[in-house]
Design a protein. Structure first.
Length: 328
């Protein structure tokens, strides 16, 4: 059932992606805002309670509906529910249009437009970012988006579905990621500001939730790419990223594609609001980068191939597990 639900969800998402401002997204955004406004009192223990409610309630509702459908209507209807949940949770088309627009701009030789599109996507000031660093940022942001919107969801969904929990894992992962981003450090004068204990709790929870999926994604990239280089780069360069999970994914990507990533581009992951450095400053960051070729236009196509080969790998594994269960 998991394999078929995932297959149908991916096909539907490719044919008719959800808009970025759909009704479900607005509902969940309001739910996250309500929990922080209502329960955020600046106390560490209450912060964990707030996070648990913000993430746990949608997850439990998803699980309850799955069990009710299984019990009263049978597995075909429950599978339809799983397809719907995965369709809303998976997000290839939630980020791929940014990547495609930037790639098209670079293909047309319009680097100014490509910088503007990157700035709009990641909400940073790119200034006079040189072409190689522009490509580096596009590669890194695209790979991390693929992990968070697709492969991390698949990891949690597959494990919890195998335990009989249906699509609850997909919701748990996506809500954890969303809550962490929604409660990032912000100014006290901004609307929706949350206390530091709540920000810390959301960040710590997200790190723990994403720890295993990040390593599963890195391993999958190694399998479908250059295995030895990916594993070596993972072991020696992952710690250079301010976020350990991001470092694992990006270092494995660098080794799998033989592309130089890291340095200032990695640092921007931990400081999304800071301006990116100019040419001279960026050149001093090479020692912090992973080994490999400087990012080139051809690497964008390599990234697309890496992501889709990883999707195929996931589908094959799920198909084999489903077949083994049926035969067993």
């Amino acid at each position: 059932m998991s394999f078929l639900a995932l297959l149908f969800a991916l096909l539907i998402e490719q044919a008719r992606p959800l808009s970025s401002n759909n009704g479900l997204r607005r509902l969940l955004r309001n739910w996250i805002s309500w929990t922080s406004r209502t329960l955020d009192a600046g106390h560490p223990q209450l912060a964990w309670t707030t996070w648990s409610l913000a993430v746990g309630v949608p997850t439990l509702v998803t699980l309850l509906v799955h069990w009710l459908l299984m019990y009263f209507l049978g597995w075909p209807v429950a599978m339809v529910w799983s397809v719907c949940v995965l369709y809303a949770s998976l997000g290839f088309r939630q980020f791929s249009h940014h990547f495609t627009d930037i790639r098209d701009a670079l293909d047309a030789g319009d680097e100014r437009l490509a910088r503007e599109l990157l700035a709009q996507w990641q909400h940073v000031s790119v200034g006079s970012l040189p072409r190689s660093e522009l490509l580096r940022h596009v590669i890194e942001h695209s790979v991390l988006s693929a992990h968070r919107h697709v492969f991390g969801v698949l990891a949690w969904f597959s494990v919890l579905a195998a335990l009989g929990l249906g699509p609850a894992g997909a919701v748990f992962y996506r809500m954890s990621a969303w809550v962490s981003r929604a409660w990032q450090a912000s100014s006290q004068t901004q609307s929706g500001w949350v206390s530091e204990p709540l920000q810390v709790a959301a960040h710590m929870a997200w790190y723990r939730v994403d720890w295993v999926p990040a390593r599963v994604t890195a391993l999958a990239f190694a399998v479908v790419g250059n295995f030895e280089e990916a594993i070596d780069c993972w072991r020696t360069h992952a710690q250079r990223c301010p976020d350990d999970n991001n470092g694992v994914v990006l270092s494995a990507t660098a080794g799998a594609l033989n592309v130089r990533l890291g340095g200032e581009a990695l640092d921007a992951q931990a400081n999304p609001e800071r301006a990116l450095l100019n040419d001279e400053s960026l050149s001093n960051e090479d020692s912090e980068s992973t080994p490999g070729r400087a990012p080139e236009q051809a690497h964008l196509s390599s990234v697309v191939g890496l992501v889709w080969r990883t999707v195929v790998l996931w589908m094959v594994l799920l198909a084999l597990l489903t077949l083994a269960r049926l035969l067993g």
